[in-house]
Design a protein around this ligand. Structure first.
Ligand code: ARG
Length: 469
C-alpha cells in the first residue's frame, strides 16, 4: 500500500500526516493552559529551592524567577502565545523562559519531571477550586439562613410523595438545605485536608539524587508536608476524585432545591415569586415567566457527576506510576468545579431574590387534611387512646370531612362525636395549621420557635466559618 492510499483510507480530516495526528491526540495545551498560574507558582518554588540548596547557582535561580514573573504577567494580560507544537503548559512556559533568559532556563528542570510538576499543578488547582467552592457554599447557606429567619413563622405544606403531609414552616424547609450544605462543606474541608500534601520532588517516579529540600517547596506552596512516597506522588488522582464526589453530592442537593423552586413557581402552586433577574420571558407566550436559572442549576448535576465517572474510569486499572491516560484528568474536572461554583452563585442569587406568597402557602398548608396527625395526637394525649386506634378514628373523621367537602378545622363537633363521643371542642385548638406547627417543638422540629433559634445559631456559625475560625 502506498502512503497515499493509506491516507485515503483514514479519510476526512485525518488525511493529515501521522505527525499531525500524533500532535493532536498528544497535546494538552488547549485545556491545560488553565494551569498556568499554578505551574508558575510551582516552578518558582522549585527554582528558589534549587538556588537555596546550591543545586543551581543563585544567579541562575534569580534569572529564572524574574523570567517566570514576566511570563505570569504575559499570560495575565493575554500577550502570551501558546503553541500546540510545544504540547502542554509546562513546555510552553519553559520554552518562553528560554526566549527570555537564555541558557539558565535549562536549569529549571533539574531534579524535576513533568510527572511531579503536573501532579503539583493539578493539586494546587483542585485546592484553589475547593477553597472557592467552600466559600460559595457558605454564601448560599447565608442566603438560606437569612430567608429562613425572615420566614420562621411562614407556614407551608410539608410534603411526602409530593402529597401534602403536615404543615411546616418555610424557614424550617430552607434550613433543611442549610444542613445538607453543611455536610457538603464538611466533605470539601475533609478532602482539602487530605489533598494538601506536596508531590513536587517525586520527580519522574523514583525521587532524585539531588539534595532537594522537599519540606521547603511544600511549605512555600502552602502544603502541610511533602508526600511520603514518590510513586504515589505522581501516580494518584484520588484527591480530584474526592472533590468530584463531593461536588456530585452537592450538585444533587442543589438540583433538589432547584426543582422545588421550579415547582413552587408554577401557577398551580404559586408559592413563590422570583423576579426577572432570575427568570426569562417566552418569545411567543407573553404570560410566561420561566425559571431558567433554576432549571439550569437542576441540570448541572449531569456534567458534574459525569466528571466524577469520567475520572474514575480513566484511573481504573492504571498500573503505577504515571501513564498518559492521566492527562485526561483535567477537562472534566475544570468543567465540574466551574459548573458547581456557578450553580452555587446562581442558587444564592435566587434564594435572596425569591419571595414566598404567604397567603397561597397558608391556604395550601390547610388543604388535604394536613392536620390529621395533630387530631390523632390529641386523641392520644387527651383520651389516652393508643396511637393505632387514634389513627383509625382520625381516618373516619377525615372521611366524614371529605364527604361534606370540609377542611378538618370546620368539621362540626357533633360530626366528630358521632365517630368518637369523648371528643370535646378542645380539639379545635390543634386543627389550625398555625397551632400545628407551633406544637412541633421537639428538637429539630418545625415550630417557629425552633426555626428562629436554629437560624440564629447557623448565622453565628457561618460568620465564624467565613472568618476562618
Ligand atoms: N501534559 C501531561 C499531563 O497532563 C504532563 C505530564 C507529562 N508526562 C509525561 N511523562 N509525558 O499529564
Amino acid at each position: 500500500m502506498t502512503d497515499k492510499s493509506a491516507n485515503a483510507m483514514w479519510g476526512g480530516r485525518f488525511a493529515a500526516s501521522p505527525a499531525e495526528i500524533m500532535e493532536e491526540i498528544n497535546a494538552s495545551i488547549t485545556f491545560d493552559k488553565a494551569l498556568a498560574p499554578q505551574d508558575i507558582r510551582g516552578s518558582k518554588a522549585h527554582a528558589a529551592m534549587l538556588g537555596e540548596t546550591g543545586i543551581i547557582a543563585k544567579g541562575d535561580a534569580r534569572e529564572i524567577l524574574r523570567g517566570l514573573d514576566q511570563i505570569a504577567s504575559e499570560i495575565a494580560d493575554g500577550s502570551f502565545t501558546f503553541s500546540r507544537a510545544l504540547e502542554d503548559v509546562h513546555m510552553n512556559v519553559e520554552s518562553r523562559l528560554k526566549d527570555l533568559i537564555g541558557a539558565a532556563a535549562g536549569r529549571l528542570h533539574t531534579a524535576r519531571s513533568r510527572n511531579d510538576q503536573v501532579a503539583t499543578d493539578f493539586r494546587l488547582f483542585v485546592r484553589d477550586a475547593t477553597d472557592g467552592i467552600i466559600a460559595g457554599i457558605g454564601a448560599l447557606q447565608a442566603a438560606l439562613v437569612a430567608k429562613a429567619e425572615a420566614h420562621a413563622t411562614t407556614v407551608m405544606p410539608g410534603f411526602t410523595h409530593l402529597q401534602p403531609a403536615q404543615p411546616v414552616t418555610f424557614g424550617h424547609h430552607l434550613l433543611a438545605y442549610v444542613e445538607m450544605l453543611g455536610r457538603d462543606r464538611g466533605r470539601f474541608v475533609d478532602a482539602r485536608r487530605r489533598l494538601n500534601e506536596c508531590p513536587l520532588g517525586s520527580a519522574a517516579l523514583a525521587g532524585t539524587s539531588f539534595p532537594i529540600d522537599r519540606a521547603k517547596t511544600a511549605e512555600v506552596l502552602g502544603f502541610d508536608r511533602p508526600m511520603a512516597n514518590s510513586i504515589d506522588g505522581v501516580a494518584d488522582r484520588d484527591f480530584a476524585l474526592e472533590v468530584l464526589a463531593a461536588a456530585s453530592i452537592a450538585a444533587v442537593h442543589l438540583s433538589r432545591l432547584a426543582e422545588e423552586i421550579v415547582i413552587w413557581m408554577t401557577p398551580q402552586f404559586g408559592f413563590i415569586r422570583l423576579s426577572d433577574r432570575f427568570t426569562t420571558g417566552s418569545s411567543i407566550m407573553p404570560q410566561k415567566r420561566n425559571p431558567d436559572a433554576a432549571e439550569l442549576v437542576r441540570a448541572k448535576v449531569g456534567r458534574i457527576a459525569a466528571a466524577f465517572h469520567n475520572l474514575l474510569i480513566v484511573m481504573k486499572g492504571l498500573p503505577l506510576a504515571y501513564s498518559k491516560d492521566m492527562q485526561e484528568d483535567k477537562e472534566a474536572t475544570f468543567d465540574a468545579v466551574a459548573s458547581l461554583r456557578l450553580a452555587l452563585a446562581a442558587m444564592a442569587g435566587m434564594i435572596a431574590d425569591l419571595e414566598p406568597v404567604r397567603d397561597a402557602m397558608r391556604a395550601a398548608a390547610g388543604r388535604g387534611y394536613s392536620t390529621a396527625t395533630d387530631l390523632a395526637d390529641w386523641l392520644v394525649r387527651e383520651l389516652k387512646m393508643p396511637f393505632r386506634e387514634a389513627h383509625h378514628v382520625t381516618g373516619a373523621i377525615v372521611k366524614a370531612a371529605e364527604d361534606r367537602g370540609l377542611e378538618l378545622e370546620n368539621v362540626p363537633i357533633e360530626v366528630m362525636q358521632e365517630v368518637e363521643p369523648r371528643i370535646t371542642s378542645g380539639i379545635y385548638s390543634v386543627l389550625s395549621v398555625e397551632n400545628s406547627v407551633k406544637s412541633r417543638k421537639s428538637y429539630g422540629g418545625t415550630s417557629p420557635q425552633n426555626v428562629a433559634k436554629m437560624a440564629r445559631a447557623w448565622a453565628r456559625r457561618l460568620e465564624k466559618e467565613a472568618a476562618g475560625r
